[in-house]
Write a protein that binds this ligand. Structure first.
Ligand code: NI
Ligand code: MN
Length: 225
């Protein structure tokens, strides 16, 4: 599986089909002067919650790629109201796709879309071609990350480190200790001044204190698992 990072919390996972997660692209300072990979087609777009730095370009991209938007029931309903093709589930729910499966897990955050209630914020456990990735969404540290680690043994954990709205490096280090992934990829930092963080300092701490390797990605970098 290939992991494409677009800065902030936006990723594409490339397997037998390609999916997008939290597609904040055109307004994303990390993506200034850049675009999604030419010719890459997306079957599904996953949203962890309704905030604009996560829903971003979902309408344009879902229409362009004729992709299905996958979110919790409330956010999926709001997207359906925009004329998008949707599929929904709720916390704990498992969805099967031709390319793998996705389970929604909790995130400690809030969620609204353009001022409307958008249900619970979520994290995603995504399995593509036997590789399991945990996208934590926007979240604080919570004890059940230990359960997520035990139950799903994600090879890769995508973790916010930017503080203010999510975990900071200190909390994300604790998250790594609970999840015990092979690889951690920091996200949701240095997009705006209020979420300034040093990913290299995070990498140094994690690699000194745990067996997990940290992969720091720049926008449009690709990492193969
Ligand atoms: Ni948010
Ligand atoms: Mn956010």
């Amino acid at each position: 599986m290939k992991i494409h990072y677009f800065g902030h919390s936006a990723f594409a996972l490339e397997g037998s089909e390609n999916i997008l997660i939290d597609p904040f692209i055109s307004g994303n300072p990390h993506m200034q002067g850049r675009s999604l990979p030419q010719g890459m087609k997306f079957s599904h777009i996953f949203l962890t919650h309704g905030h604009s730095d996560h829903t971003g370009d979902v309408e344009t991209l879902a229409k362009f790629h004729q992709a299905t938007v996958v979110a919790n029931f409330e956010l999926a309903s709001l997207m359906a109201g925009r004329g998008l093709k949707v599929e929904s589930c709720s916390l704990g729910g498992l969805l099967h796709f031709p390319w793998g499966w996705v389970r929604q897990v909790p995130a400690t955050h809030s969620s609204s879309f353009e001022g409307q209630y958008a249900g619970a914020p979520v994290g995603l456990i995504i399995n593509i071609g036997g590789v399991t990735v945990y996208h934590a969404g926007d979240t604080g540290l919570f004890g059940d990350m230990e359960l997520i680690g035990q139950r799903y043994q994600p090879q890769v954990a995508l973790l916010p480190i930017g503080s203010t709205f999510t975990m900071d490096c200190e909390e994300a280090l604790e998250a790594v200790k609970k999840l015990r992934p092979q690889i951690a990829i920091p996200m949701h930092y240095n997009t705006f001044p209020v979420i300034k963080a040093d990913p290299q300092a995070f990498k140094a701490r994690v690699e000194a204190e745990t067996p997990t390797k940290v992969q720091v990605l720049k926008a449009c970098e690709v990492f193969e698992v």
